[in-house]
Design a protein around this ligand. Structure first.
Ligand code: GDD
Ligand code: MN
Length: 372
């Protein structure tokens, strides 16, 4: 048995594919996880806030979502809720109208679009009507488990350097929770460490808060890509403001039971659109952000392809009779029994599929996945 050049290449690519994220994770965790924050949240700080809830066919969940917002401890006189609906066909608007009519001390208004042009477009319409110092975006299929989630998230804006804040995530019950949970554990550590170091380029629709004046300066949310929250946060970080995921605001998200794979692929498509655009701005990034943005761009756009290349080479070598290639392939498959590894591989498959799918559809107005 001897190693030829192709086999060495395959092993090299595999080492890079697995080694880079591992090194990045270890670096972040070791250096940043236990460091104190260098920005400070003041729990007494209470900015005026506009909470925007975009809805498209959310009749089943929207009431619960609005109740959840209304039960927050945040002072009612400092908050307004703006629901922006894009021509839902399932009676969402009626449910929202009823809910608004039932409120006494909650300020809430509904804006109705008559055509659906996607979430970002709807957010921009709501933004025009928003009066808060801070604008919070929250998806209908998400929950804020504590009464203080909003207050905790907003407290960080007491630091004038903080331009955007998002939550960490725990998946709620639903299909494929095993994979989803494995993915989230690693993922929250990365988000938090990136935020302590400088800023994270991945934000969450469960709670994404932005200084309104920065949103206005940016001309609102970009409507030609899907990841409205992450891209906007990144643009804010590029302006030398901090865009952070904070450990005192944890949100829950419903995971779809049916259509889980499509859901993950669509979201990967949006992240790829985001990083493809953000990558071009890398030279302008503040020094502390460069490594983070570069690493995440690499992880989303390029790293998955190394795995594909390794697999292709090993498969070719195995089929042409190289025993060591067969052994490596079988080992790679056997390792799927090990959950973190499986979670990783599945994510790579979503990213690759998403890149290909982006060639013909950007999923700006996406098909809804039913959440349980
Ligand atoms: N007004 C309006 N118009 N709202 C919309 C539209 C639209 O065209 N499309 C979706 N929404 C609303 C949904 O009703 C929901 O409240 C929120 O936007 C998010 O939609 P989901 O269908 O729950 O998408 P998701 O959870 O998979 O999307 C996640 O990824 C997106 C980017 O990939 C979230 O994090 C989103 O916030 C994020 O933009
Ligand atoms: Mn969602």
């Amino acid at each position: 048995m001897h190693l030829d050049a192709l086999l060495i290449l395959a092993i090299g690519l595999a080492l890079l594919h697995f080694g880079f994220p591992l090194a990045y994770y270890c670096y972040l965790k070791k250096l940043w996880l236990n460091r104190p924050w260098d920005v400070r949240g003041d729990s007494e700080y209470k900015p005026r806030v506009s909470i925007i809830v975009a809805t498209y066919n959310e009749a089943k969940l929207v009431r619960q979502k609005l109740d959840d917002i209304a039960s927050q401890s945040y002072p009612k006189d400092l908050a307004e809720i703006i629901i922006v609906d894009s021509a839902s066909t399932d009676g969402t608007v009626e449910v929202v109208k009823e809910w608004i009519a039932d409120q006494r001390d909650v300020k809430a208004k509904l804006i109705e679009e008559n055509v659906r042009r996607g979430k970002a477009y709807a957010l921009n319409i709501a933004l025009e009507a928003a009066a808060g110092d801070v604008v919070v975006i929250t998806d209908v299929d998400s929950a804020w488990p504590s009464r203080d989630t909003l207050a905790s998230a907003l407290s960080w804006f007491s630091d004038p350097l903080v331009g955007a804040v998002t939550c960490l995530k725990i998946p709620a019950v639903g299909g494929f929770v095993g994979v989803e949970r494995g993915y989230r554990d690693l993922y929250n550590v990365v988000r938090l460490c990136e935020s302590k170091k400088y800023s994270t380029p991945v934000f969450h629709g469960e709670l994404a808060a932005f200084r309104r004046d920065l949103l206005v300066q940016l001309g609102g949310f970009q409507t030609d890509i899907g990841a409205d929250d992450s891209h906007t946060a990144t643009l804010i970080a590029l302006k030398s403001y901090r865009a952070i995921a904070v450990d005192n605001a944890i949100c829950r998200e419903l995971v779809p039971g049916k259509g889980y794979h499509m859901w993950r692929i669509r979201r990967a498509q949006h992240l790829i659109q985001h990083f493809t655009k953000a990558m071009k701005l890398l030279p302008k990034a503040p020094r502390e952000f460069k490594l983070i943005l570069l690493a995440e761009t690499w992880l989303h756009l390029f790293n998955p392809w190394l795995l594909l290349a390794t697999t292709a080479i090993l498969l070719y070598k195995a089929l042409t009779g190289t025993a060591i290639a067969t052994i490596l392939l079988v080992a790679g498959i056997a390792l799927l029994l090990f959950k973190p590894y499986k979670t990783w591989i599945v994510t790579q498959i979503y990213l690759i599929t998403a890149t290909i799918r982006n060639l013909w559809t950007k999923e700006i107005a996406w098909k809804k996945q039913e959440k349980s």
